[in-house]
Design a protein around this ligand. Sequence first.
Ligand SMILES: C[S@@+](CC[C@H](N)C(=O)[O-])C[C@H]1O[C@@H](n2cnc3c(N)ncnc32)[C@H](O)[C@@H]1O
Length: 160
Amino acid sequence: MRVGLFAVGRLKSGPEKDLAARYFDRFAKAGPAVGLELARIAEVAESRASNAETRKREEAAMLLKSLAEGSVLILLDERGKALDSEAFANLLGAYRDQGKRELMIAIGGADGLDPALYNRADATLCLGKMTWPHQLVRTLIAEQLYRAVTILSGHPYHRV
Ligand SMILES: C[S@@+](CC[C@H](N)C(=O)[O-])C[C@H]1O[C@@H](n2cnc3c(N)ncnc32)[C@H](O)[C@@H]1O
């Protein structure tokens, strides 16, 4: 199964981008052993509309346009469901075992995500109840994807 990311807003060169890239690289190298491959990291430009609802609607439309039919869509939102790392790994493993070809994880911009995405999403997960900037969320989820691979493969990176 290919696993990718939708992010509203572009990440400039800098430490956040480097750290996220480090974990995406590790995921890309270790993932194939457990049937997970790194798919695209798709950055959706932030809308310039003056109204927040319009901005979110426009961003969601771009994101949904590039989502292949049958792909799993997971949203990241501080109001979402909290999973521990093993449960997240098992969720990825379950979609892989169902024969899903692609799973995309969406991170919102400053305004968050549009309701249209919640209607389409297969799951909405949180990384804790606090609100993180989207740049850090990208690193956090990249690390959890790599961690999920190590859990699924029994690699000692993950210890509890
Ligand atoms: C700065 S936050 C936007 C907050 C926005 N005010 C809202 O109500 O959603 C940018 C994005 O980071 C992600 N995010 C921030 N904190 C998160 C958390 N604790 N768990 C999961 N995702 C989070 C979400 O995708 C969010 O849309």
